[in-house]
Design a protein around this ligand. Structure first.
Ligand SMILES: [Cu+2]
Length: 114
């Protein structure tokens, strides 16, 4: 039954579980004065992750010094970066574009788990 076997293989390869293994985990983060939503994310060490940052108002950024990550978005725009966390722990990301009075306290927590 070669045709049945081929169909079975095709179904397996196109299943979401098989597909997701080769793809970076994708996390959308919405920024607006002076918060991120969600305010906390969890990623896995050694697994590529794509952070998609969108701004609902002015220009914002998101920087994780520990991972050399710095995404910047223009007002109302979006941008993304892909990286692979190489250590576990809790890391605080800061807004990297001055956006007003609450800019200094605009943070996002990233948990990197094993
Ligand atoms: Cu800011």
């Amino acid at each position: 039954m070669p045709i049945l076997a081929a169909a079975l293989l095709a179904a397996l390869l196109s299943s979401p579980a098989a597909w997701s293994q080769g793809q970076p985990q994708r996390i959308e983060i919405v920024a607006k004065r002076f918060t991120y939503s969600p305010g906390e994310i969890t990623v896995k060490k050694g697994q590529p992750v794509t952070l998609v940052l969108k701004s609902l108002d002015v220009g914002h950024g998101l920087r994780f010094r520990d991972f050399g990550v710095d995404i910047k978005v223009k007002a109302g725009g979006s941008n993304e970066v892909t990286f692979t966390p190489d250590k576990t722990g809790d890391f605080i990301g800061h807004c990297s574009v001055f956006c007003g009075s609450g800019h200094g306290s605009m943070t996002l927590i990233m948990h990197v788990v094993a």
